[in-house]
Design a protein around this ligand. Structure first.
Ligand SMILES: NC(=O)c1ccc[n+]([C@@H]2O[C@H](COP(=O)([O-])OP(=O)(O)OC[C@H]3O[C@@H](n4cnc5c(N)ncnc54)[C@H](OP(=O)(O)O)[C@@H]3O)[C@@H](O)[C@H]2O)c1
Length: 292
């Protein structure tokens, strides 16, 4: 791919809806590459390239925000009624822009529980949780919108400022052991770089509407926590069995332990040729350790 001209041009302008953890990483990176990017949040801030969008309170951006937008990335989860905040408030506006590309950050929760088996994009979705049913419904609404949408299904997102190190430092860590349970994860930098890779090579790669972005090595949470304690030079607390620990977990925390799956990145990394920056939690956490 290196010798081919990028499918992105400096005339492209990005609208990033939801400038939280992943959205802000994407915005920072795309701007460093020389592209214009406007970002939304629910409250005012000092960033001149930020604007307010809050679907729950009916605050929609001014017309001028949309001028010249060619690419849109939504990083906003379903609202409390399960609806997509962007489609609910801005669908007509986005359709009238005829953007070249729209990205939607979704979750691998839509696959449900595979009891540890690998899941790929062509596997049947089977959401177990209400929030995952809502998410799948939002994905469908994006596809039905007729916008040129590409859906990225993500497992647990981590990166500098949001990783097991913060949980340890906040003294909120629970070391829970559950036989054969694994989690998939992805470093925030790989979400951004994978999307940019796909955009830069859009004219040369076959279009896939749904793409998993996950690292190569799903593993138990204990392995991850142990690795962080090792880097910190501290002793990890004794693990508690899930059956014991669950009494003190919130319903949402418990629900994460009811799903066990390995998310395949073969489409992204083998078929489409993206090279992960952090192919496993060790490399990714070392980056967090050095940058937090
Ligand atoms: N975190 C994970 O491990 C994980 C895993 C898989 C998938 N995902 C999904 O991937 C996406 C990005 O995740 P993230 O962790 O980077 O998200 P995040 O940090 O929680 O950011 C979410 C963004 O959405 C905005 N937002 C929320 N509700 C809104 C509404 N009703 N109207 C307008 N804006 C609204 C927030 O605004 P403010 O900036 O004002 O708060 C924030 O900018 C989300 O859809 C998330 O559910 C997350």
């Amino acid at each position: 791919m290196k010798n081919l001209a990028s499918s992105l041009s400096k005339k492209n302008k990005f609208l990033i809806l939801g400038c939280g953890f992943s959205g802000s990483f994407f915005a920072k990176t795309i701007r460093q590459l020389g592209y214009a990017a406007l970002t939304s949040s629910r409250s005012e801030n000092k960033d001149p390239n930020s604007f307010v969008f809050d679907s729950e309170n009916g605050i929609v951006p001014d017309e001028k925000i949309f001028t010249g937008i060619t690419h849109v990335l939504s990083c906003i989860p379903p609202d409390k009624n399960g609806e997509d905040p962007v489609l609910k408030s801005l669908k007509n506006k986005l359709q009238s822009l005829s953007p070249e590309w729209v990205g939607y950050l979704s979750t691998t929760g839509v696959y449900g529980n595979t009891e540890g088996d690998w899941v790929t994009e062509i596997d049947q979705t089977n959401p177990c949780q209400k929030r995952s049913h809502n998410r799948l419904n939002c994905e469908k609404k994006w596809v039905e919108s007729g916008l040129p949408v590409q859906i990225f299904r993500l497992p647990g997102i981590y990166g500098p400022g949001r990783s097991t190190f913060e949980t340890i430092r906040n003294q909120k860590i629970r070391v829970i052991s559950k036989k054969d349970q694994v989690f998939s994860r992805i470093h925030v930098a790989d979400i951004t770089k994978a999307i940019i890779y796909l955009l830069q090579n859009k004219n040369y790669l076959k279009f896939h509407q749904i793409i998993n972005i996950a690292d190569d090595e799903p593993c138990s949470q204990i392995e991850v926590i142990q690795y962080c304690y090792d880097l910190l030079g501290l002793k990890m607390p004794k693990p508690i069995l899930f059956e014991e620990a669950k009494k003190e977990l919130s319903p949402i925390a418990q629900s994460f332990w009811l799903e066990n799956r390995r998310v395949s990145n073969k489409l992204l990394c083998k078929t489409l040729g993206y090279k992960l920056i952090y192919k496993n939690y060790k490399l990714g956490l070392k980056n967090c350790f050095l940058n937090s």
